[in-house]
Design a protein around this ligand. Structure first.
Ligand SMILES: [Fe+2]
Length: 313
C-alpha cells in the first residue's frame, strides 16, 4: 500500500517520474551545538524515517528489518532517521540479554548505506522497571545503554538548509514506569541551541512519544503524548517548525497545525510485536522528499507483510 501527501499547493512531483537523488552527503555531525544557516543552493533531498523497529532475535524480526534496510538502500536517501524503540526490550533489565539486543540493532543498522540518526524510545530504557535485576546504580541504567551505543539522546544536525533536532521524550516516574516528558536540561539546551538557528530555516523534530497525536481522541485511554510538549512548542514558536516525526503509536497519521507545523506518526517496522499489523497499519516507513522549504511524504511498504503472511501459511 502506498500513499503520499503534497505538503503545499505547489506540487513538485514531477509528472515524468521522480528524479533520482543519490546526492552526496553534505553533513553528518550531530551535535549539541552548532549554527544553522539556510543553504542558498536549496538542493533537493530525500530521507527515510523508520520507527519502532523493536529488533529481537526471534519472530523473524531480523528478516523483516533487513527487508526494510534493503528497501531503504534501494531508494538511496541521503540519510535515515529512526524514531525510537530500536529494540524489544530492555526496560526489564538483564544486562546480557539487553546488551545483545542493542548489539544486534547496531550490527544490522551498519548495513544501511547512508548515515543513521537514532532516537530513543521507551523500550530502549535499560532496567527502569521494578522487575529489573539492575537499577539506577548500573552505568547503563535508563538512557545509559542507548548512550553507550549511539551517543547523546538529544542532538541536532543540518542538512542542505534544513535543521534536524532529535529529542529524548522519555522520563521515568518514581513508581518505575516511563512517561512522555522533555526533561529540564534538554529544554534548556533547546532554548539556547535554537538561538543559533535562523528563524526562516525549516526545522524537523524527531520524537518517540508524539508531541501531537489524535490516537487518544479516537480510541480513548491514557494520553500517549509528551505531557510538556507545549514547552518545546513555546521555545520554537518564533522559528519555522515545519515537521514533527513521531513514533510509539505504531500507526500512520498526518496532520497540519494552523498552516505551519506538519506532524507525521510514522507507522512501525515491527507492527504488533512482529506478529501482524498494529492498529491495522501495515509494517512500513516514511520516505520524505524535500524541495526548497517544502516536503512531501509517502508511506513505504517494504514487503514484510506479504512475506510474513507467506511464511504463516
Ligand atoms: Fe514501539
Amino acid at each position: 500500500m502506498r500513499d503520499h501527501h503534497k505538503s503545499s499547493r505547489r506540487s513538485f512531483l514531477k509528472k515524468a517520474g521522480l528524479a533520482t537523488m543519490a546526492a552526496p552527503l553534505m553533513s553528518f555531525n550531530p551535535t549539541h551545538g552548532g549554527a544553522s544557516h539556510i543553504n542558498p543552493s536549496n538542493q533537493d533531498f530525500d530521507f527515510s524515517f523508520l520507527t519502532d523497529i523493536h529488533i529481537r532475535p526471534d519472530r523473524d524480526a531480523p528478516d523483516g528489518f533487513q527487508m526494510a534496510i534493503d528497501k531503504v538502500n534501494k531508494m538511496n536517501p541521503d540519510f535515515v532517521i529512526t524514531g525510537g524503540d530500536l529494540v524489544y526490550d530492555v526496560m526489564r533489565g538483564q544486562f546480557d540479554k539487553s546488551d545483545s539486543l542493542f548489539k544486534l540493532y547496531a550490527e544490522m543498522s551498519k548495513s544501511f548505506k547512508m548515515p543513521v540518526y537514532n532516537c530513543i524510545g521507551n523500550h530502549d530504557l535499560f532496567g527502569i522497571y521494578e522487575e529489573s535485576p539492575e537499577g539506577p546504580d548500573h552505568p547503563d541504567y535508563k538512557y545509559g545503554m542507548w548512550e553507550r551505543y549511539f551517543g547523546n539522546t538529544y542532538y541536532a544536525f543540518d542538512h542542505k538548509g534544513w535543521h534536524f533536532i532529535t529529542l529524548n521524550s522519555l522520563e521515568v516516574t518514581p513508581d518505575k514506569k516511563y512517561k512522555g516528558y522533555y526533561h529540564k536540561a534538554q529544554l534548556e539546551w533547546l532554548e539556547s541551541h535554537i538561538q543559533s538557528v535562523d528563524k526562516k530555516t525549516p526545522i524537523v523534530i524527531t520524537t518517540h512519544l508524539p508531541m501531537v497525536c489524535v490516537f487518544t481522541q479516537i480510541n480513548g485511554g491514557n494520553p500517549r503524548t509528551v505531557s510538556n510538549a507545549h514547552e518545546a512548542f513555546k521555545i520554537l514558536k518564533d522559528h519555522n517548525l515545519k515537521l514533527i516525526l513521531q513514533g510509539h503509536i505504531h500507526w500512520k497519521e498526518y496532520g497540519l497545525a494552523n498552516d505551519v507545523t506538519h506532524y507525521i506518526t510514522g507507522g512501525s517496522i515491527a507492527g504488533n510485536g512482529w506478529k501482524g499489523r498494529r492498529h491495522n497499519t501495515p509494517e512500513g516507513f516514511m520516505s520524505i522528499r524535500v524541495k526548497d522549504d517544502q516536503f512531501r511524504w509517502e508511506y513505504i511498504d517494504h514487503g514484510w507483510e506479504a512475506e510474513r503472511l507467506r511464511r504463516a501459511k
